[in-house]
Design a protein around this ligand. Structure first.
Ligand code: KG4
Ligand code: ZN
Length: 513
């Protein structure tokens, strides 16, 4: 298998015998007395039962070798070992060790490994912390293993298929972060039910989601939504292996309703609970259609509550926030502009309809945070409040002058501005990070022009565009269940019952323990 990942700082590819001299130099620098000799290293790097990676400084493999790592797995055996991992002193702190480990774990999973082992010095807490974060547990200590330093070795193990049940887990997911009460049920990566009850109509007269109304509506909708989901999946509560619930980001009160219900269920049926990140759920939903998430991928998540651009190297271990809106969310901009144009709530579909026959070039509305000066500090951030004000000003001026207002032209031009900024920044993120994939999520993905423009620009740059079915793009419980199942299948321990809601939960917190 040839795997390669790169960004501006380093490039990782499979190692070969051309790299041996540089590998030995780093081996000696890192391990001194304990270093392997050149023959052993040569044997391991080229052996059929091993998989070795090399990391280079800069965007290509022409740079200096700054790290390497190797995995060994005997065919037919379902266990594997991390044989070695080294990163040069000067290159530490850039996430290279983690990137190497993630690639090895990916390969181990591809080879159907069940358990993977490694040894780490007891006096190396930084490495231990990384391995623990990747799901390894400390299972044994070998006394004075490292000589002549007399240092103990920790033996660590990661179990890929550690589901106490020994089969794909049936997970029930609860989502209440905004105005959709979602209950979904999955078995592993298979969707069994996805029931959504929305309080959107109750917010219509306010022109936007009112948090208290949303929380109250969740309370009323939860039980019937849960019953419907179980009926759809043809299951009863005793068939559920685990509960997953969104604990953020979102509206605090609304989140608390789902969390309360999920904890009560978990206690009642005596099954583990997983508190998961809503935004990462939008990305993880892809496994329900494709069986796995192809990584690395950039994800653009656009809804009434969020506008975020993520770089996902690994769904459960490595999600990075590249940028987000600094004011209104994209959907919110649609809703507010719809109000200015005296259209109904939610504004997105209304504007899509109103834009039919309109000229998207009629008015050049501003593209937020896209000027050269903004592109330094806010390359991947968004801003829509200036755009909303520009539309309002345009209408106001026309009204003062008693000029006719061409709603179709305004709607088409506004929609063009939003789609243009979203797609430009998302494609930039793919190109900058050399990621050949873009995944879309969130309710705004329903927008016709956004879909069209994303497809056009992705095609032009050879980027694969993924748009899940709309019922999986908008907020739903199935994505939460799917992410919970991914965590379980990766051997993650459940959350305790002590977690609360976190309105501003960062994307790096995929699961709250
Ligand atoms: O993901 P979602 O259902 O959840 C919440 O944010 O609650 O997204 C709803 C948002 C609303 O702001 C709505 O105006 C927007 O998605 N939306 C659209 C379209 N359909 C829904 N925005 C633009 N174009 C659409 N066709
Ligand atoms: Zn969402």
């Amino acid at each position: 298998m040839t795997s390669s990942i790169s960004n501006l700082n380093y490039k990782i590819r499979e190692a070969n015998d051309q790299d041996l001299d540089a590998i030995m130099e780093l081996e000696n620098a890192c391990f001194g007395n304990d270093a392997w000799d050149a023959d052993t290293m040569h044997f391991e790097v080229v052996a059929h039962h091993t998989y070795y990676l090399a990391a280079f400084e800069g965007p290509t493999d022409q740079g200096k070798l700054i790290g390497f790592a190797g995995l060994s797995k005997i065919p037919g055996n379902d266990q594997a070992d991390i044989q070695t991992i080294a990163v040069s002193q000067a290159a530490r702190g850039q996430g290279i060790g983690k990137a190497l480990m993630l690639e090895l774990l990916k390969e181990a999973r591809r080879l159907h490994t069940q358990e993977i082992f490694l040894e780490v010095r007891a006096d190396n807490p930084a490495a231990q912390k990384l391995y623990l974060a990747l799901g390894f547990e400390h299972i044994d200590t070998r006394k004075r293993y490292y000589q002549p330093d007399d240092v103990d070795a920790w033996v660590m193990r990661l179990q890929f298929a550690k589901t106490s049940i020994g089969r794909e887990p049936v997970v029930l997911g609860i989502e209440t972060s905004c105005d959709e009460t979602g209950v979904g049920i999955v078995r592993g990566n298979t969707l069994l039910a996805n029931i959504i009850s929305s309080s959107m109509d109750e917010h219509a007269r306010f022109g936007g989601v009112v948090p208290e109304i949303a929380a109250r509506a969740h309370l009323e909708a939860l039980k019937p939504t849960l019953d419907q989901a179980l009926a759809k999946a043809n299951l009863s509560l005793k068939d559920i292996d685990a509960i997953a619930v969104t604990n953020g980001p979102g509206l605090g009160g609304a989140l608390m309703v789902g969390i309360g219900a999920a904890k009560a269920l978990s206690v009642a049926i005596e099954k583990p609970i997983y508190a998961v990140n809503h935004l990462v759920g939008h990305v993880g939903v892809d496994v329900l259609e494709r069986g796995e998430l192809q990584t690395p991928t950039v994800a653009l998540l656009v809804s009434g509550g969020h506008t975020s651009l993520l770089l996902v190297r690994d769904l459960i271990n490595d999600v990075e926030l590249l940028g987000e809106t600094i004011d209104d969310a994209a959907g919110e901009a649609f809703d507010k502009v719809a109000r200015v144009l005296r259209l109904k709530y939610p504004g997105g579909p209304e504007i899509d309809t109103a834009a039919i026959g309109g000229d998207p070039k009629a008015i050049r509305f501003p593209r937020g945070l896209s000027l050269p000066k903004d592109m330094e500090k806010h390359r991947y951030d968004f801003s829509f409040s200036g755009l909303k004000t520009a539309v309002a000003r345009w209408v106001e001026v026309a009204e003062t002058k008693d000029e006719p207002i061409n709603v179709a032209d305004i709607a088409a031009s506004f929609r063009e501005a939003v789609a243009d900024v979203l797609v430009t920044k998302a494609v930039n993120a793919c190109l900058d990070h050399k990621v050949p994939r873009l995944l879309l999520g969130g309710g705004v993905v329903a927008n016709k022009r956004l879909r069209e423009l994303a497809q056009e620009r992705c095609d032009a740059h050879g980027i694969e565009l993924r748009i899940p079915a709309l019922s999986l793009c908008t907020d739903n419980g199935a994505m939460i269940a799917a992410l919970g199942a991914q965590l379980i299948m990766a051997g993650r321990a459940p959350s305790s019952l002590h977690f609360g809601s976190d309105s501003t939960l960062p994307v790096t917190m995929v699961q709250t323990l």
